[in-house]
Design a protein around this ligand. Sequence first.
Ligand code: GUN
Length: 290
Amino acid sequence: MATELDGKALSKKIRAELAHEAESFIASTQVRPCLATVLVGDDPASAVYVRSKRRSCERLGFESRHFPLPVETTQQSLLTLVAELNADEAVHGILIQLPLPEGMDSSVVLDAIDPRKDVDGFHPENVGLLALKKARFVSCTPKGIMRLLEESGVDPKGRRATVIGRSSIVGLPVALLLTHAHASVRIVHSRTRPEDLEAAVREAEILVVAVGRPAFVPGEWVRDGAIVIDVGINRLPTDDGKGRLVGDVDFEGASERAAAITPVPGGVGPMTIAMLMTNTLEAARLQHAS
Ligand code: GUN
C-alpha cells in the first residue's frame, strides 16, 4: 500500500517557516510583502483558488490587494491595470488568475507583467531563466512538486520520470525541473499514441499527471514502487450537490502498486499556494535590494 504524500502537512510547515522569515524581513526593512491578485469574471473554482491565496497572504502578514473585474472587462483595460501594478512600488507580486475569459489573449496579458513581479513564473523571461538553470521565479505547482519530492526523500537522479501533459503552467516546467534534477524525462500528451501513453506510464518510476480528467490513468498501469504525483483537481457530481474532488489517477488502484502517491485534495494543491507565498517574499526581497 502506498504512502500518502501529505502536501497539506508539508505546506503548513513551509508556511510556519515563511512566517518567521517574513517577520524578520518586515522588521528589518519596514517593507510588507504585497501580492496583487486579479480575477476577471465569476468562475467559481477560480474564485475559491484566489480566496485561499489571499487568506494565505493575510495569515503570513503579507498585504493582499484584490482586483475583481467583470467578465466583460476589455483586454486593454486589464493591460492598463497591469501597467499600474507594475509601476506601484508597494506591490511586489502580481497574480492574474487563469483562465481568462474567452476573447482575451492570456499570453499578451501575462507578458505585460513586470518579470520581477511575476510570482507565477509565467513570463517568457522567467521561463527562459528556468530553462537555462538560472531560475528566478519558478511556477508554483512545479516548484511545489519538486519540494514535495525532496522533503519525501525522493531523489529523481537517474530515475525514469514520465510527465503527462505539456502545459506551460505544469507539464513543461516540471519536465525541465526533473531534467535538472537528473531524471530521464519522457513527456506524453494529447497527441501521443495510446499505446505509447500506456508504455510511458508503465515505465515511470516517477509519474506526474497533469491532464484534468478523472481516472485518466488506470491503477493497473502504475509501476510497482512508483512515486505518483497527481496534479488533477476534478469535481465529480454527488447526490448532495456538493461534488467530490478527485485527481487524474485512479487513486485506489494506483495505491496498491505505488510506493507513494499524492492524495486529491491535500497533495499538490496546498503546495502550490505555499510556493506562491515563497515567491512573493522573494519578490519583495529582490525589489527591496535593487
Ligand atoms: N490557474 C490554475 N493554476 C494557476 C496558477 O498557478 N496561477 C494562476 N495565475 N492561475 C492559475
